[in-house]
Ligand binder design. Structure first.
Ligand code: ARG
Length: 264
């Protein structure tokens, strides 16, 4: 059974701007609605997998986005080194949490900027895809490969709206994936096409804007904020069922379903 980490949105708000989605949303989060949306997502995920919680910390509103805690593999975690000062203090709380569960806690050397599972995703073949260009630095890839002794492939992100790899790419079961083309440099699109062939679904702009690529795949279920009829149909033909979970309050901070979880 899969196991995820989530963080209740007790202190969630938009009080700084570190990505384009946050612009114009300062102070605009409806906390009660955010709490309900998060609870609904929690209920869906915990119906399909087990979920652990980390205690939220006052003054760290983005801690709800546990995907950015680090990159987890077996009982090992590479803790994030956040690009922005606003999120940097989160790292020590995530570090403490993983240490208390007996994980081997590591960091990339020379404080290489790396934002965890937001920018590093394993596909169903256990190949790691590492995004860089906007948040994580490209050197993170070599550090991860050395540390975990695994095969990994870098992808270059080029549009600030798709600032983390998980906003524009989601590996799915049986060698499949969904992604949004315009988020990537041309050679990265080619690398994905080469690796996935007909098994990659390139989503339309509207689906990308609705964070369809920020999805949680558990078995045959794919949990996402919202999907067009077309995308639902395409996934259904490939044996996958979309479960929609409205997370509009979190999109005000630039994150959706997948960002709110971390597989551990
Ligand atoms: N406001 C957060 C940030 O800009 C959102 C993080 C979303 N996380 C993700 N894995 N895409 O860092």
């Amino acid at each position: 059974m899969k196991h995820f980490l989530m963080c209740e949105p007790r202190f969630f708000e938009v009080c700084y701007v570190i990505n384009p989605w946050m612009e114009g949303n300062l102070g605009k989060v409806n906390s009660k609605l955010a709490q309900q949306q998060w609870q609904n997502l929690y209920d869906i995920v915990s119906g399909l997998a087990s979920v652990s919680l980390i205690e939220p910390v006052a003054g760290l509103p983005d801690m709800v986005f546990t995907a950015n805690a680090g990159l987890v593999r077996n009982k090992e975690v590479i803790i994030s080194s956040f690009r922005h000062a606003e999120r940097q203090p989160e790292a020590k709380f995530f570090e403490k949490f993983f240490a208390s569960l007996g994980y081997r806690v590591r960091r990339l050397k020379e404080q290489t900027i790396f934002e965890g599972a937001g920018d590093a995703l394993f596909d169903s073949q256990e190949r790691l895809w590492v995004g860089s260009g906007i948040r994580s630095e490209s050197q993170a890839l070599d550090g991860i490969v050395d540390m975990l002794n695994i095969e990994a492939c870098g992808l270059e992100l080029v549009d600030p709206r798709w600032y983390h790899l998980d906003t524009a790419f989601c590996p799915l079961p049986q060698g499949q994936a969904i992604a949004y083309k315009k988020a990537f440099a041309r050679k990265s699109v080619a690398a994905l096409d080469h690796a996935f062939g007909a098994n990659i679904i390139w989503v339309a702009e509207q689906d990308a804007r609705n964070f369809a690529c920020n999805a949680i795949a558990i078995g045959r279920s794919v949990i996402m904020h919202s999907a067009s009829a077309e995308l639902k149909f395409t996934l259904k033909q490939r044996g996958l069922e979309v479960i929609e979970s409205d997370v509009s309050e979190f999109i005000k901070a630039g994150g959706a379903c997948k960002c709110l979880t971390l597989e551990i």
